[in-house]
Write a protein that binds this ligand. Structure first.
Ligand code: SF4
Length: 230
């Protein structure tokens, strides 16, 4: 088990290290006990590429709420073919129809926090019990709520270490990497969607708007709850 002193020491070192170095450390330290979660955004595309080269065969998962855009599912198929990896689907206990029968239709309009808990947080919690390190594409420049995110931390509510290898990358760095390696990306990014989640809760935004302005637009909600207290 890595203690808080070791986490602080690793964080200081990781601020100046590449994602490749961090993922190699993760693979050597945790082996099959690491997992990468991705919503298939640009940062996730970069990490999947680095992971496929640095830790071949590592676990990769996607929270499949059943409410994603078709373009997102197309990207997933393209990435699996290009990178030679399998993206595991984590599905909620209830289908969209089952949730509507239990909680009423379009729960995301009436209680998006409950909808995210049922369709994202609970499947994530179940999955993480089998691992010791959870890697994500979270970056500090994505929103004010993420501005102080550490690279490595212990997330008590899931009982797991969390690694954000791109925490100090910028949006521009991510897109430079994607273009340099000719990686596939979500076609909606070229249609005004900088951040893409479930279709009912994602809108296109004006050029220059906050990266996550199109997520839960018109609501106070800014996070699905996966990364709170991270
Ligand atoms: Fe439900 Fe919207 Fe959260 Fe998706 S993003 S789980 S549709 S509230």
């Amino acid at each position: 088990m890595i203690d808080q002193q070791q986490i602080a020491s690793l964080n200081a070192a990781f601020e100046n290290e590449s994602p490749q170095t961090m993922l190699r450390w993760a693979g050597e330290t945790f082996g099959r006990r690491l997992t990468l979660g991705t919503g298939l955004g640009p940062s996730g595309v970069v990490l999947m590429h680095v992971l496929s080269e640095s830790v071949p065969g590592a676990d990769v998962f996607f929270l499949d709420t059943g409410l994603h855009f078709e373009e997102t599912y197309e990207l997933r198929r393209a990435l699996e073919a290009r990178l030679g990896l399998c993206v595991r689907s984590l599905r909620p206990a209830q289908t969209v129809q089952g949730q509507a029968m239990r909680h009423g239709p379009a729960l995301w309009q009436r209680d998006p926090d409950l909808c995210c808990t049922l369709r994202k947080v609970e499947p994530l919690r179940r999955h993480l019990t089998g691992f010791e390190l959870w890697m994500t594409g979270l970056r500090r420049d994505q929103s004010t709520t993420r501005a102080t995110a550490p690279i490595l931390s212990y997330v008590a509510r899931y009982g797991i270490l969390k690694l954000n290898p791109l925490a100090n990358w910028t949006e521009a760095m991510v897109w430079t990497y994607i273009r340099a390696h000719d990686l596939p990306y979500n076609a909606l990014h070229d249609r005004g969607y900088p951040s893409i989640g479930c279709a009912p809760c994602t809108r296109a935004v004006q050029s220059g708007a906050d990266l996550r302005a199109g997520r839960w637009a018109g609501l106070a909600k800014t996070e699905c709850g996966l990364h709170l207290a991270a």
